[in-house]
Design a protein around this ligand. Structure first.
Ligand SMILES: *Cc1c(COP(=O)(O)O)cnc(C)c1O
Length: 354
């Protein structure tokens, strides 16, 4: 019988900067599907694969970095952990903290946080503190708490987060048998683009992959500090997971872009929501709004004639659509298309079968 997937630390332990003394706190994260998209492949006249990170235990890629951050925090004797979050970091942190018996402290910005994500943190038993400020204020606060009190900070400024998240690149290369020509993903606090690039570079340097991809990152137009080259004090977008005006890994994201010969651009909320819906309707993959930013970016680039034909392209879709149903459903006029009596002929008529 094939061995079941064991989680990213056991699977990739030799690529981790810590030894066997760190026991894995795991929920079996990683090992997510890499799904070929006939729809996108035809549009770009290449081969497009979607890395479905919503299939992680708490529904986003954050679990990859949380298993490493929490495992190391436990090994170092932490009793409590803190994070600033637009939702998914706290959903993930609280789950792994629950498993490890740590006290989770969550700082969320005032205003929009998707209800599904908050439900996760509540059910995992977190203390949730809402801050009168934005995400960037929450991150400053978390840093301050971790500096002055005995709590471990597990935002992506914690290097262990990056170490766990880089395993997504390993999986892509392991499945494709090579690195893609181009990797596309959303950019918020910019930890993930940093992590993917680190993973691709490590596999390349070790000779596992003969090449490295270009990295294309996409921010939301209302919160695109890297594209604009300046901090955005009041970031605004429906894609709450990337509503970040001053990314912690700003310079590292620029390095990933420049070393790979890639780009970081922005897409509008309209493009994001359209891509979200198209991905759901064409491929059966329901992602949250932020997760569709990469798809929206690739579609826009293809439209502008900026994607050479014949490429192997991978796109990370970062989180599950069920986390935030209010945003897409608020755009759907009426859920019910037709009401009928319980009658076969009437159903066939309504369904356009006759
Ligand atoms: C965290 C997150 C992002 C942004 O990732 P960064 O590492 O902050 O750039 C994008 N999408 C989803 C669903 C996320 O949870």
């Amino acid at each position: 019988m094939a061995q079941p997937w064991r989680g990213v630390i056991p699977e990739y332990r030799e690529w981790m900067p810590f030894g066997s003394d760190v026991a894995a706190v795991t929920l079996g994260e990683g090992g997510t599907p890499l799904v070929h998209s006939a729809w996108l492949s035809e549009i770009v006249r290449g081969d497009v694969f979607v890395k479905v990170e919503g299939d992680n235990p708490t529904g986003s890629f954050k679990d990859r970095g949380m298993t490493t951050a929490i495992s190391v925090a436990v090994a170092q004797g932490a009793k409590a952990v803190v994070c600033a979050s637009t939702g998914n970091t706290s959903a993930s942190m609280t789950a792994y903290a629950a498993r490890a018996g740590l006290t989770p402290i969550v700082l969320v910005p005032h205003g929009r946080i998707a209800a599904g994500k908050m439900a996760q943190a509540v059910m995992h038993g977190a203390d949730i503190i809402q801050v009168r400020g934005n995400f960037d204020d929450c991150l400053d606060l978390s840093r301050g708490l971790a500096k002055e009190y005995p709590v471990a900070l597990v935002n992506s400024v914690n290097p262990m987060r990056i170490e766990g998240q880089k395993t997504a690149s390993f999986e892509i290369v392991d499945v494709l048998g090579r690195a893609p020509d181009l990797h596309v993903l959303p950019v918020g606090n910019a930890g993930n683009i940093t992590a993917y690039w680190k993973g691709f570079v490590e596999y390349h340097e070790a000779g596992v992959a003969p090449s490295r991809p270009k990295m294309w990152g996409f921010q939301a137009a209302g919160s695109a500090p890297i594209v604009l080259g300046r901090v955005v004090p009041d970031p605004d977008t429906v894609a709450t997971a990337i509503r970040i005006g001053n990314p912690a890994s700003w310079t590292l994201a620029e390095n990933a872009r420049d070393e790979s010969g890639g780009r970081i651009d922005s897409v509008t909320d309209e493009q994001i929501l359209a891509a979200q819906r198209q991905l759901g309707a064409h491929e059966g993959i329901f992602v949250e709004p932020a997760s569709a930013a990469g798809v929206a970016g690739l579609l826009a680039a293809a439209e502008a004639g900026q994607v050479e034909p014949g490429l192997t392209i991978t796109i990370t879709v970062t989180g599950h659509g069920l986390k935030d149903i209010d945003t897409p459903m608020s755009r759907v006029g009426s859920i019910v298309d037709t009401a009928i009596d319980a009658d076969v002929d009437a159903a066939a008529e309504a369904a356009g079968l006759r």
